[in-house]
Design a protein around this ligand. Structure first.
Ligand code: ADP
Ligand code: MG
Length: 317
């Protein structure tokens, strides 16, 4: 649905994007995770051509946006909604007036506009709030207005730039639940950027990790977790680095209730001490990471058995 190839963006001497390739499939929620200054917002603004990339191409829904003139681009952008960290609502307009704004720009007649606005406010859980001023709303409600406005033109793609970063944890969760529901009910493809790991854990099917204008790794969350040495794994399951000498770090995907550890102790007669670990319930399935020291018995055979069972094994020197 979204394909960016060889994207570069320079601001004078600053290289904000240093050759980015990004692929987001239709119907997916794809997260871009990275620290402040990594180039995430620049990437998002290049995806809808609010910024023209210095080099590279962006294709959305099969259309090469970088090849379009300003007029055609404005039309193509209707297929791409966007929401922002600070909501970007017009304070002089009511809630309904904010949601109606893009419809006015598109020239939608009044009666149809009003019908559509009511439908959108329903969709985001703001029925009956159309006449309110934005400053009467909580942060979460303001973001719901932002989402309704972004969906006014019935886009196939929603871009989200840190949409929950200004919200408290409970409100963040309710907005993420709304995005998940819109993804499922409307088949909306969502590209969201964030510096918060919990956003990635809660809603994303796939993720790209960005640093210094580059994507360091990208793919389905379960696939990245199953890749030895993945940075995503280290960030989701933080453990002290470097691992103590002689320890073994095990990463599990799939059913974390599988009694691998007790099987190991029974079958191979090993002593096992646990140094740390955690289990996470991710949008794409559960996964866990455990750091242990194995002693006695057939420790080598035990590791081979785990490897055979699909566990990722990192042995500290
Ligand atoms: P992020 O969203 O990951 O925090 P940004 O994409 O905002 O990162 O910024 C990436 C880099 O590009 C930063 O070094 C930033 O200072 C620079 N940058 C972003 N926008 C502009 C701009 N309009 N003019 C000059 N430099 C910019
Ligand atoms: Mg940013």
């Amino acid at each position: 649905m979204i394909q960016a190839s060889g994207l570069r963006k320079h601001y004078g001497d600053t290289v904000a994007l240093d050759g980015v390739d990004l692929h987001v499939r239709e119907g997916e929620i794809h997260g871009v995770l990275g620290q402040s200054g990594a180039g995430k917002s620049t990437l998002l603004r290049c995806v809808n051509l609010l910024e023209r990339p210095t080099a590279g191409t962006v294709t959305v829904a099969g259309q090469d946006l970088t090849a379009l003139g300003e007029r055609e681009l404005n039309r193509a952008r209707r297929n791409i909604g966007m929401i922002h960290q600070h909501f970007a609502l017009l304070s002089s307009r009511t809630v309904a007036g904010n949601v109606a704004f893009p419809l006015e720009v598109m020239g939608v007649p009044r009666a149809e506009r009003e019908r559509r606005v009511a439908e959108l406010l329903d969709l985001v859980g703001l029925e009956g709030r159309g006449a309110d001023r934005p400053d009467r709303l909580s942060g979460g409600q303001k973001q719901r207005v932002g989402i309704a406005r972004a969906l006014a033109g019935n886009p196939a793609v929603l871009l989200s730039d840190e949409a929950t970063s200004a919200l408290d944890p409970a409100t963040t969760e309710s907005i993420l639940a709304l995005l998940k529901r819109l993804n499922a009910e409307l088949g909306l493809t969502i590209l969201l950027i964030t510096h918060e790991m919990n956003v990635i854990k809660n809603v994303c099917d796939s993720v790209s990790i960005m640093a210094r204008g580059r994507i360091e790794e990208s793919g389905a969350i379960a696939d990245l977790i199953s890749t030895p040495g993945s940075r995503l794994t280290r960030e989701i399951f933080p453990l002290p680095e470097p691992a103590p000498a002689g320890s073994v770090t095990l990463t599990f995907t799939g059913d974390p209730r599988r009694a691998v550890v007790s099987e190991l102790i029974r079958k191979f007669d090993v002593d096992l001490s646990i140094l740390g670990g955690s289990i996470e319930d991710l949008a794409g399935g559960a996964a866990g990471r455990l750091r242990v020291v194995l002693d006695g018995g057939e420790a080598t055979a035990a590791l081979a058995y785990l490897r055979e069972a699909g566990v990722i094994i990192e042995e500290a020197a």
